[in-house]
Design a protein around this ligand. Structure first.
Ligand code: WT7
Length: 662
């Protein structure tokens, strides 16, 4: 509870509250009746939400919890995710509606209607079949944010194959780890992507991943690599294994009957950082997951599919992109913006230019982006016409009240409701959020659990805390879009989420109930860090650092950072017997940062690496990260009485003052 206690001290009492505008409330998808309905009969509430999907065979049982904590929702029904996201709109006369306004970073654009998507997913499904992929096979997707990424995911779903999207910023080694764990048969990638005006290569990383680390040899499960031509850069080619998308997919017939799967058929695996070194392959079902994604998307974003232009700025490689670009919005028939690039390429007004040009009405982004825009100054967004916006969303980490207020005023013109949405890769869909048009919001609070979702804040013994108190965030009842497990490891699923508190799902976050019972998220209570809304574990970065020949020992902490929320700060002890170690601490730091980038990916690169002579440990040998966080955040060191050697902290501080750090 270390960091919970710390944040609680700093949490001022927020008194501002923003009531929904009457004009918004009058037309909102959500009313307070949602809470009432869900309160009266939760399962019936979810049944009604599920019935909004297109089912091939109707389900008769809502929830089967007999194998707890593995839930089965709507299990005797059959459906297809791609049919729901695409075919259904064409079937019901909405084929001409734009599904995506794609904006490439270099300025290329494409408009794709639901009918266009229908053609593409059918061709891609046939392409996958021609490469020997069938129902139940796993497919790794390692693509930039381009329409083919969406098409590839939906084509997998269409044939009942299980996609595992790996964010393009991950290294070859991280990709290999995920391919091996999922035993993927196919990898879908591109020659490269566009990043800040340059071409970023992807295919060479796939080649490296598949060649495998020395001694291990090529990834055994992979039969083919399907390559989209995006940048046109030269690409090494393995005959027989590598296939161009334009050769394998484009000539296929645009006719394919979706494979109807049972509701519990796995839709996808998504890897996320756990508290130990190896990433966890969380897997989600089809029926329950889609119910959660579509239902929350309609209520929380108030989507009016005929008139709204919705833009979620996340990458499809993260759960936010899965639930709130691909499945939720497409099932609801949304028109979306899909943007490949970064917010400051070619200039710092790029996002606002896109909002103006496409008349975006709903924007969903992360606090780290908002803080970056605050830093760049409000003069930049003010150059653009943002009057089309009517609702703003936030996700990924706690949003600080100042950022919330800035978002509301500068981007939302004081008229747009803000929905701060708390959820996780594990939860599949939004769990805590205001309902726009219903909830009076407080800057910095995610407010209350969604209708039909049961969450609470409990103390160490699992007892609900009183209003005004803090503790651990838990879910007390199963929900349709909950993860079904960790791929191939039931034991790890149970021990990670269900063993902390009897019969409750432990989220890993600290939270506080304010005097009104509204929820304030306080960040992780475990060794998981949140850097720009991306999840990283201290141990995975420590392992990477220690694998470098110069490093004897490493301790990593997430230190508060104005822009990224948390930043990776590493304390390393250099081996006394290592050869060729630069005497300059900066050079050591630069080399180690590059090492972590190559091993895990750019997102894991430490902001700061401090070379120290010792790290603080308890008598049982556990690194005391709390004390290192004090150092990294320039605070006086807290209680050191449990340290094996209480003088260590003084030695570290003296060393840092002498400038051995970076
Ligand atoms: C962790 C989950 C869910 C999509 C993005 C991240 C933190 C997420 C909020 C929020 C405070 C938040 C939590 C959570 N988090 N949204 N609105 N307020 N914290 O998904 O990578 O699975 O990370 O992100 O700490 O446990 P993820």
């Amino acid at each position: 509870m270390d960091n919970v206690a710390h944040t609680l001290e700093n949490l001022h009492t927020e008194t501002r509250s923003f009531r929904p505008h009457a004009s918004f409330a009058a037309h909102a998808n959500a009313t307070s009746y949602e809470y009432k309905k869900a309160g009266v009969d939760r399962l019936q509430y979810w049944r009604e939400a599920a019935l909004r999907l297109a089912w091939r065979e109707p389900f008769t049982e809502i929830l089967d919890w007999s194998d707890a904590p593995v839930a089965r929702w709507f299990h005797d029904g059959t459906l297809n995710a791609c049919d729901n996201a695409v075919d259904r709109h064409v079937r019901e006369g909405r084929g001409d509606r734009v599904a995506f306004h794609f904006v490439g970073e270099p300025g290329d654009t494409a408009t794709l209607t639901y009918a266009d998507m229908h053609e593409r997913v059918q061709k891609a499904a046939n392409g996958l079949l021609s490469l020997g992929v069938t129902t139940g096979d796993r497919v790794a997707i390692y693509l930039p944010q381009i329409p083919e990424a969406v098409v590839a995911m939906l084509a997998c779903a269409r044939i009942g194959a299980i996609h595992s999207v790996v964010f393009g910023g991950f290294s070859a080694e991280s990709l290999r780890q995920r391919i091996d764990d999922a035993e993927a048969k196919l990898v879908i990638t591109a020659d490269g992507g566009n990043r800040r005006g340059a071409h970023l290569a992807l295919k060479p990383l796939v080649d490296d991943a598949l060649a495998g680390p020395e001694g291990q040899g090529p990834a055994a499960s992979v039969e083919h690599v399907l390559v989209v031509r995006r940048t046109g850069q030269h690409t090494a080619w393995t005959e027989g294994r590598d296939v161009w998308w334009h050769d394998a997919v484009d000539p296929q017939p645009a006719a394919h009957e979706p494979v109807w799967v049972e509701a519990e058929h796995p839709l996808f695996i998504l890897y996320t950082s756990g508290t130990t070194g190896t990433p966890k392959g969380l897997w989600h079902s089809t029926g329950g997951y889609l119910t959660g994604a579509a239902h929350t998307h309609r209520l929380v974003f108030d989507l009016k599919p005929e008139t709204d232009v919705y833009w979620c700025t996340a990458d499809v490689g993260w759960i936010t992109g899965h639930s709130y670009i691909v499945y939720g919005p497409m099932i609801n028939g949304a028109t979306q913006v899909l943007y490949e690039g970064t917010p400051n390429t070619p200039h710092e007004g790029r996002w606002w230019e896109i909002v103006e040009q496409y008349k975006v009405t709903i924007l969903y982004t992360a606090p780290t982006a908002i803080r970056t825009f605050m830093k760049w100054g409000e003069a930049i967004p003010q150059q653009y016409d943002l009057s089309s916006l009517r609702l703003l969303g936030s996700v990924g980490e706690p949003i600080n009240p100042e950022a919330w207020m800035w978002y509301r005023r500068v981007i939302g013109g004081d008229r747009c409701p803000i929905v701060d949405t708390w959820w996780q890769t594990e939860t599949g869909a939004i769990m805590i959020s205001p309902l726009p048009g219903v909830t009076a919001t407080k800057p910095g609070s995610a407010m209350t659990p969604m209708p039909g979702v049961c969450m609470d804040v409990v103390d160490d013994a699992g007892r609900p805390v009183a209003n005004g108190e803090g503790g651990y965030l838990v879910a007390t009842e199963p929900w349709p879009s909950m993860l079904r497990g960790i791929w191939g490891d039931r034991h790890r699923y149970v021990s990670t989420y269900w063993n902390h508190f009897d019969g409750m799902y432990f989220a890993g976050d600290g939270a506080k109930k304010d005097v009104d019972g509204d929820l304030w998220l306080l960040g992780r209570v475990d060794d998981v860090m949140n850097v720009s809304g991306h999840r990283l574990t201290t141990t995975e970065i420590e392992h990477s650092l220690v694998s470098h020949p110069w490093v004897a020992e490493a301790a990593v902490v997430g230190a508060a950072d104005e822009v990224t929320g948390q930043a990776v700060v590493a304390f390393v002890i250099v081996r006394s017997d290592a050869h060729g170690v630069p005497t300059d601490g900066d050079e050591v730091a630069a080399a180690l940062r590059e090492h972590v980038r190559r091993q895990i990916g750019a997102l894991a690169k430490p902001r700061t690496i401090l070379v120290v002579s010792e790290v603080p440990k308890t008598r049982s040998g556990k690194i005391m990260r709390r004390l290192l966080r004090d150092v990294a955040e320039n605070r006086p060191t807290g209680d050191v009485t449990t340290l094996a050697d209480p003088t260590v902290m003084d030695a570290i501080r003296v060393g840092l003052d002498a400038g051995t750090g970076d």
